[in-house]
Design a protein around this ligand. Structure first.
Ligand SMILES: Nc1ncnc2c1ncn2[C@@H]1O[C@H](COP(=O)(O)OP(=O)(O)OP(=O)(O)O)[C@@H](O)[C@H]1O
Ligand SMILES: [Mg+2]
Length: 146
């Protein structure tokens, strides 16, 4: 477990860049990254920076109120798509299945970032990576990577 303190968005961006650089692709379908932590702990902020690095404008990645999932085509050596999911409002795992989860997770060219993975725990592949976010103070976040 690697723990890092982020003092600002720039730090979070560097962590996202390092993470993407060192990310091992799954041998077994999509590469799934769980973004775990309380409300406001920086999960979407991290996804925005990761998205920006692969060419997605920051304002396109949001903490969606109504949108559970967004799919972006990206230019990346390993991935064709970045899929950002916020599972916070899902009541049942079947709702994510209905959004096409099984097909998405079977596709090796998908990079899936999922906030609130705890809501759909039974659907997360065993080899998924987890990044844990903790609010420390207004500008400071603890970011832990397995
Ligand atoms: N060091 C930091 N790293 C990341 N975000 C930070 C940092 N300092 C302050 N922030 C701010 O914290 C907020 C984090 O909000 P964000 O939407 O990313 O939280 P979240 O974990 O996705 O919450 P939710 O569960 O509601 O989706 C943002 O407004 C961001 O600008
Ligand atoms: Mg969020």
């Amino acid at each position: 477990m690697k723990q890092t303190v982020s003092k600002n968005i720039e730090d979070t961006r560097k962590l996202a860049a390092d993470f993407l650089q060192n990310l091992k692709t799954s041998q077994n379908g999509a590469t799934v990254v769980c973004l775990s932590g309380d409300l406001g702990s920086g999960k979407t902020a991290f996804a925005k920076e990761a998205g920006d690095i692969v060419g997605i404008p920051r304002d396109e990645i949001t903490s969606p109120t109504f949108v559970i999932m967004k799919i972006f085509d990206i230019q990346h050596p390993d991935f064709k798509r970045l899929i950002h999911i916020d599972a916070y409002r899902l009541q049942k795992e079947s709702e994510l299945i209905n959004l096409g989860w099984n097909e998405m997770v079977a596709e090796p060219k998908n990079l899936i970032l999922i906030e609130w993975p705890e809501m759909v725990e039974g659907l997360i592949p065993k080899e998924a990576r987890t990044i844990k976010f903790t609010f420390v103070d207004e500008q400071t976040r603890m970011i832990e990577m397995e």
